[in-house]
Design a protein around this ligand. Structure first.
Ligand code: MSP
Length: 628
């Protein structure tokens, strides 16, 4: 029976637009899964979507849909992207599936029966219009709701609590005894410090919204999304529904997550498991955070570097290679077109491309496409190259086992350069001219075998291209990384051009900055998330000390007025706007401009720098009317 390897991505919020940060986690897991599969392990690779919570409930209501209708439509975005990115997951779990709910109930009931979950009172800052509780840090000193910007009040509600405090010491003990549990090491220290400062019991249910897994026998309570979501790692492999499968794969070999959600995975999750007497995952690996050209990924930047668009422009393997090569796994990274194009041109088109062209060109030219047989005897030069290959491959294996993907790739590229160097030094073209056929055969058989090993080693990163290389060498993918002239005497096929140089570096334009043609497209669901309403301007004044801003009081038919700050003061005076009907983006998160909380945005055409033209609606349109 082969060893098992169970790797998971976090499950993605179904209300997010997939971006390169998401693609990063998933590609990394895919690389690990492919590597272990190729090494003969029984691999289970899981990804999925996190579909419950107030945000989905609200977005669905705003769209006139049920939450499950909304979730089912948008989950496709992720599934389509994983296809485009050549992700080889074995399962995709949605937290709205019955198998998931069954497992979550099982975990909850066990913990409650044994007294580790109890009913208590949760005190927090409550926003009545939003029906949500917020923490002290979230409401800040001004005590305002982070979602709608209105004042919050201190309230209590009933909640189920998990006795997390009881497990602080056992958790610390586990972390100490298993240094591999939290990786990289720097992150482990951060978690140890957090746990050492003490753990409080965790509130794990809410009564203020409906869209979630109901607490068994107490349907007023919905389970806290993290209790629900984290359980996916077990419910997907049969916890609560298929004990045999669960036993086969649990504990997970590694949960790969971004650093932002490490605490949930290394404090909450292991304490739930400890309480339930279930083994902990062997490892939680936190990778770093991507920025785009030095900036945090804003909505507009996310769209500008949509992974599917990048794949269309540069090919899937170039993107997968870049993400894994550019940044040590565990550290933060910056995505820039310059860096991407640099890697494509130098590593792929130049180093790898040259080796492929040389070998294919010479074997066709000198041997009519048949890879020469293994040499009867080889010189010290080949012996050295073969032993250097073995050394690099052993480093590569160790790096892959430790998820040091960029280092593993560096080892492969060292191999590529040593084979390129070997060609330059042995000068096969001179050997051919001089009629030294046996030596020429040795060189080309050696390079062909080196290339076979390289293609097997790059396969987890660049599956499609590596398979095409192996096919051209007349080989199959079999994961053999030992040098044994196994490629010799085979018939080659013409090597396809796999990576071409990119001459012009594309510019990443944030939305609104680019040409019309380059404006990223959004799908209908995304569009539906924007609420545009008719509003009547009933008050207007200049913002003191600002030449651009006006403070408007706008009636959106809600029974109260909204304050909206708009940058149109150089085009309109307050009198021009009074009693006018305008279009308002009504569900923008509030933002502070010159100290004033703005609760929406007026639509206006930007005609020149700081010049705007507002499209007014007729008097007949009632405040609050939906605009589509
Ligand atoms: N739904 C939760 C996870 C629940 S797991 C039981 C969640 N979802 S998420 O969609 O917001 O994030 C999914 C993954 O993408 C996380 O690992 C997160 O760290 C990663 N990333 C999101 N933005 C990222 C970057 N800008 N850079 C790198 N990874 C990032 O969290």
């Amino acid at each position: 029976m082969s060893q098992t390897y169970y790797v998971t991505t976090p499950i993605y919020y179904v209300n997010d637009v997939p971006h390169i940060g998401h693609a990063y986690t998933t590609v990394a897991c895919d690389v690990a899964a492919r590597y272990h599969r190729l090494a003969g392990k029984d691999v289970m690779f899981l990804t999925g979507t996190d579909e419950h919570g107030m945000k989905i409930e609200r977005a669905a209501t705003a769209n006139g849909q049920t939450p499950i209708e909304l979730a089912s439509r948008v989950v496709k975005r992720f599934q389509e992207l994983w296809q485009v990115m050549d992700i080889s997951h074995d399962d995709f779990i949605r937290t709205t599936e019955d198998r998931h709910k069954a497992g979550v109930h099982k975990l909850f009931c066990q913990l409650k029966d044994q007294g580790d979950i109890y009913l208590g009172e949760y005190e927090g800052w409550y926003c009545t219009p939003c029906e949500s509780f917020w923490t002290e840090t979230q409401v800040g000193e001004s005590c305002l709701c982070p979602d709608c910007g209105r004042p919050v009040e201190k309230l209590k509600e009933q909640s189920y609590f998990f006795r997390m405090s009881k497990y602080a010491q056992p958790l610390l003990e586990h972390i100490r005894q298993h240094p591999e549990f939290i990786q990289p090491e720097s992150r482990r220290n951060e978690i140890v410090r957090f746990v050492e400062s003490g753990l409080r019991d965790l509130s794990i249910s809410r009564t203020t919204f409906d869209w979630g897994i109901k607490v068994p026998d107490d349907s007023d309570h919905v389970l806290y999304v993290w209790f629900d979501a984290l359980s996916n790692y077990m419910t997907a492999i049969g916890y609560g529904t298929d004990e045999e499968k669960f036993q086969r794969y649990w504990p997970a070999s590694v949960h790969v997550v971004g650093k932002d959600i490490l605490r949930f995975h290394t404090v909450y999750w292991p304490t739930f498991l400890m309480a339930a007497g279930i083994e902990l995952p062997r490892q939680v690996f936190a990778h770093g955070w991507w920025t785009v050209e030095g900036k945090k990924m804003s909505k507009s930047l996310m769209n500008a570097v949509d992974p599917a668009t990048l794949v269309e422009q540069f090919g899937v393997d170039a993107i997968r290679y870049f993400l894994m090569r550019e940044v040590p796994f565990g550290l933060d990274g910056d995505f820039s077109m310059q860096a991407l194009v640099g890697r494509i041109n130098s590593d792929l088109a130049n180093d790898l491309g040259n080796l492929l062209n040389r070998i294919s060109g010479m074997i066709f030219r000198y041997f009519d496409g048949t890879i020469p047989p293994a040499p009867a005897s080889s010189t010290q030069r080949e012996a050295q190259l073969i032993s250097a290959t073995a050394e690099r491959i052993s480093g590569y294996r160790s790096d892959m086992e430790h998820m040091a993907f960029n280092r593993a790739l560096m080892k492969v590229w060292e191999l590529i350069s040593s084979y390129n160097k070997y060609i330059v030094e042995t000068e096969p073209w001179t050997l051919h001219k001089a009629g030294k056929t046996e030596e020429l055969q040795t060189v080309l058989a050696t390079v062909a075998e080196g290339m076979r090993i390289i293609a097997n080693a790059t396969w987890p990163f660049m599956p499609g291209s590596s398979e095409r290389i192996l096919q051209a060498l007349g080989c199959e993918l079999e994961g053999n990384l030992e040098f044994d002239y196994s490629a010799s005497s085979r018939t080659m096929q013409q090597m396809p051009v796999l990576f071409s140089r990119v001459e012009d570096i594309p510019v990443i334009a944030e939305e609104g900055e680019g040409e019309e043609e380059s404006t990223p497209r959004i799908d209908f669901d995304t569009f539906l998330q924007v609420s545009i309403k008719a509003g009547r301007i009933v008050g207007c004044q200049k913002v003191p000390k600002s030449s651009k801003l006006l403070k408007l009081e706008v009636d959106l038919g809600e029974g109260r007025l909204r304050t909206i700050v708009s940058g149109i003061a150089q085009s309109y005076s307050p009198e021009d706007l009074l009693d006018k009907n305008v279009s308002v983006i009504a569900n923008l998160k509030p933002a502070k401009l010159m100290g004033i909380e703005s609760e929406g945005m007026i639509l206006a055409a930007k005609t020149a720098k700081n010049r705007f033209e507002v499209p007014f609606l007729s008097e007949q349109v009632k405040p609050g009317t939906d605009i589509r």
